[in-house]
Design a protein around this ligand. Structure first.
Ligand SMILES: NC(=O)c1ccc[n+]([C@@H]2O[C@H](COP(=O)([O-])OP(=O)(O)OC[C@H]3O[C@@H](n4cnc5c(N)ncnc54)[C@H](O)[C@@H]3O)[C@@H](O)[C@H]2O)c1
Ligand SMILES: [Fe+2]
Length: 396
């Protein structure tokens, strides 16, 4: 059996009010990468107050947009190069954390920023980070788990439609993740639902793709259980401290599993839907998930049934288990008020159908899936997701 590797952020500080622990992170010059909403909520001010108290000087860039672009990263880089920080902090949802990771890599190796897109993506994993600065991630959504992942999702707008890709580097796992649910408690219900569903998919994908290892599987199962139980409550009552704490840590655990697991087609679909139609990442994941599971069933039916069993469902046969798992995913989507089809999101049908071949081509090139779908299979998934068709497994 081939050996496996499990990589994790060195220190994960979690719990209500954990932000205070930032004072224990060494820094003399700290650069915060964030967005305008964080500024409105006063979070960068709170971070700077903690750092100023220990004598560190701070600078911030607050222009990160959802699904950050390479252009934004380069704009931020110019300020980072001038400020010369010894600590970079990604503060916000996955967008500021990913933009911050990429800025960090470019700051360490400025030649990467000058390279052509594909060449930069090839070179990045070979470069070691942490020569100039350490990286702290402070998530404010309970979703992406970027605080423990070795990916950063960035869109290249030099091409049309933009090319949204995961930049990979095992060095990208931050030095410290501060997982403070108090910061997530300001999320409105729609952001809570979408980001929480994204976390669910991060945990689900490595398990159903074919169990990876006991470490990954146990993290995946615990986080899925907690998301099924607590996401509806976090959406219904955002002030519920237990629901917020359970969801915040579940998102981190889900990505600890996801980033160390096998890649899967659902994120290829979601990334391309997101970049073609600006669909919120968690919603893009949610509208394709049941159809993805039906497709995946032919590759690995047992894994879906095993997961259903692990989640405490009564499983009479492999097919029965898989069906129950898919049903639970659909029910959660409905309970938290996420759309059930691409059509429902409000995309124009003519535009969607005329771009479908291109969407399929980009999805196949997206490259996360460990199974190799055909263009016809991807088309079938997209058409079912467009309609919100009833997910039906093949007969026994
Ligand atoms: N690096 C990874 O491992 C990884 C994994 C999955 C997804 N992603 C990427 O992350 C991005 C999505 O990140 P996201 O889903 O966290 O959303 P986001 O960072 O794009 O934020 C979405 C919106 O929610 C707001 N928001 C964030 N926290 C808030 C809070 N506490 N209160 C109120 N509003 C808040 C933001 O300001 C923004 O308007 C996508 O680009 C996705 O592809 C990365
Ligand atoms: Fe995701």
């Amino acid at each position: 059996m081939p050996y496996k590797r499990f990589i994790l952020t060195r220190e994960i500080i979690h719990g209500w009010g954990a932000l205070k622990a930032l004072k224990s992170v060494p820094a003399t010059r700290a650069f915060i990468v964030t967005d305008k909403m964080m500024v409105q909520l006063g979070y960068p001010d709170r971070v700077e107050a903690i750092l100023n108290e220990k004598g560190a000087e701070c600078r911030r860039f607050d222009e990160v947009e959802p699904d950050p672009s390479l252009d934004t990263v380069k704009k931020c880089l110019a300020q980072v190069m001038e400020f010369k920080p010894d600590l970079i902090i990604g503060l916000g949802g996955g967008s500021p954390i990913d933009a911050g990771k990429t800025v960090w890599a470019f700051y360490e190796h400025p030649d990467l920023a000058e390279m052509e897109w594909d060449e930069m993506r090839r070179q990045l994993p070979r470069r070691s980070l942490r020569q100039k600065a350490k990286y702290v991630a402070i998530p404010t959504t309970s979703g992406t788990g970027s605080e423990v992942s070795f990916g950063a999702v960035i869109s290249n707008h030099q091409v049309d439609p933009p090319d949204k890709r995961i930049l990979f580097s095992f060095q990208f796992t931050p030095d410290v993740a501060i997982v403070d649910a108090e910061l997530a408690s300001s999320m409105p219900p729609d952001v809570t639902a979408a980001t929480g569903y994204d976390a669910l998919v991060h945990a689900l994908e490595p398990f159903v793709g074919g169990p990876v290892s006991d470490i990954v599987d146990s993290l995946a199962v615990t986080s899925i259980k907690n998301i099924l139980k607590w996401l509806p409550q976090a959406v219904a009552d955002g002030s519920d401290v237990t629901a917020r704490e359970k969801m915040h840590l579940a998102a981190t655990m889900a990505m600890a599993a996801g980033t160390n697991g096998t890649g899967s087609l659902n994120h290829d679909l979601a990334h391309q839907l997101g970049s073609f139609y600006h669909i919120v990442h968690g919603i893009a994941n949610a509208v394709t998930l049941d159809h993805f599971l039906v497709w995946l069933y032919k590759y690995n039916p047992e894994a879906q049934a095993m997961l259903a069993e692990e989640l405490g469902m009564e499983v009479k046969s492999t097919r029965d288990g898989a069906q129950k798992l898919i049903k639970a995913m659909v029910e959660l989507r409905q309970k938290v008020g996420l759309p059930g089809s691409i059509k429902e999101i409000g995309i124009d049908e003519g535009v969607f159908m005329s771009q479908l071949d291109r969407l399929i081509e980009y999805t196949l090139a997206s490259g996360l899936s460990s199974q190799k779908p055909t263009p016809e299979e991807v088309k079938e998934i997209y058409l079912k997701a467009w309609e919100g068709a009833e997910p039906a497994l093949p007969p026994e």
